[in-house]
Design a protein around this ligand. Structure first.
Ligand code: ATP
Ligand code: ZN
Length: 284
């Protein structure tokens, strides 16, 4: 049974969505940018859609799964399951106001008008904060809404904040942090669930690999016990004797997050010739 996946046709998430399928060993030829295509070596059909439509199609089962921004999933508010966070397409959704306005807290918005393309997310936020503000829904170019007198503030996606600055705005509240997610229809058949599990297994292997590095170093034997504690790897490091007596070669896996601290500590233990290499896939 083919699993139908919906991805963004053209936009910020299109290429990365195809990349993640590629990383999972799934071959997709979409050179002619059709509406749909089949994977060559995996039971999958790929539908290219506008991201706004993906939640609805997945809810209805027109597509079984989909890749899109979590912000869009929340805004569409359809009955779908988020099954995996994908680690790309990161952005935040924030409130911004004219840069010279004084802002103390969210009560600033009491009785004010805010323009956005994401009214549902914003309404939920204002309800949680007990703010009575009116929401002006517009389709795009939200950042100009205050300068043309349409609204007192805006709520929009921010990545660096430079667009806000250019429009005389300042970011004052982050309401949501978003990244690309994999969503699924809630009533997949058994055979489709099995294909989804296979895909998830591969995505996790790729994500773990991207987060970790393979490390090889030369260590004085007297430090081996402490080094093993620092870089335990998946089960324990591999330790091989060097032909130089008193020294060993240690192989292990290290997490990206505390990378430099661990390297500093290893140097402190007398380690030399430290090599760090990318890991393509990691099966735990
Ligand atoms: P479509 O034509 O498919 O409707 P779109 O114009 O709605 O596309 P894009 O601008 O391609 O959407 O953005 C898709 C998603 O990328 C956003 O919903 C968000 O999750 C994510 N994203 C990441 N960084 C940014 C950013 N700086 N600006 C906008 N979206 C971003
Ligand atoms: Zn869209």
């Amino acid at each position: 049974m083919k699993l139908k996946i919906a991805i963004q046709k053209s936009g910020r998430l299109s290429e990365k969505s195809l990349d993640i399928l590629k990383e999972c060993g799934i071959k997709v030829s979409n050179s002619d940018r059709k509406l749909k295509t089949e994977a060559q070596n995996f039971p999958m059909e790929i539908l290219f859609l506008r991201d706004d439509d993906i939640p609805q199609y997945v809810e209805q089962g027109v597509a079984d799964i989909g890749i899109l921004g979590e912000n869009e999933v929340l805004e569409r508010n359809k009955d779908v399951a988020i099954v995996e966070r994908l680690g790309f397409g990161n952005c935040r959704m924030s409130l911004a106001i004219p840069k010279d306005d004084v802002y103390k807290n969210v009560s600033y918005f009491q009785g004010k008008k805010v323009a956005t393309s994401y009214p549902k997310i914003l309404r939920k936020f204002f309800i949680e904060k007990n703010i009575n503000a009116s929401i002006e829904e517009i389709g795009g170019s939200v950042e100009i809404a205050t300068s043309i007198g349409l609204a007192d503030g805006i709520f929009d996606i921010v990545s660096t904040g430079s667009t806000l600055l250019m429009n005389g705005l300042k970011e004052i509240e982050t309401v949501l942090r978003s990244e690309a997610v994999l969503i699924s229809n809630k009533n997949l058949s058994e055979s489709k669930s099995a294909v989804l599990d296979k895909l998830l297994f591969r995505i996790k292997a790729f994500k773990n690999g991207a987060r970790s590095k393979y490390i090889v170093l030369n260590a004085p034997n007297e430090s081996l016990a402490e080094i093993s504690k620092l870089i335990p790897g998946m089960r324990s490091p591999t330790v091989l004797p060097l032909s130089n007596s008193g020294w060993s070669s240690v192989h292990s896996v290290i997490e990206e997050d505390d990378f430099w601290n661990v390297i500093d500590a290893l140097k402190g233990l007398g380690c030399e010739g430290i090599l760090v290499m990318p890991i393509e896939k990691m099966i735990l």
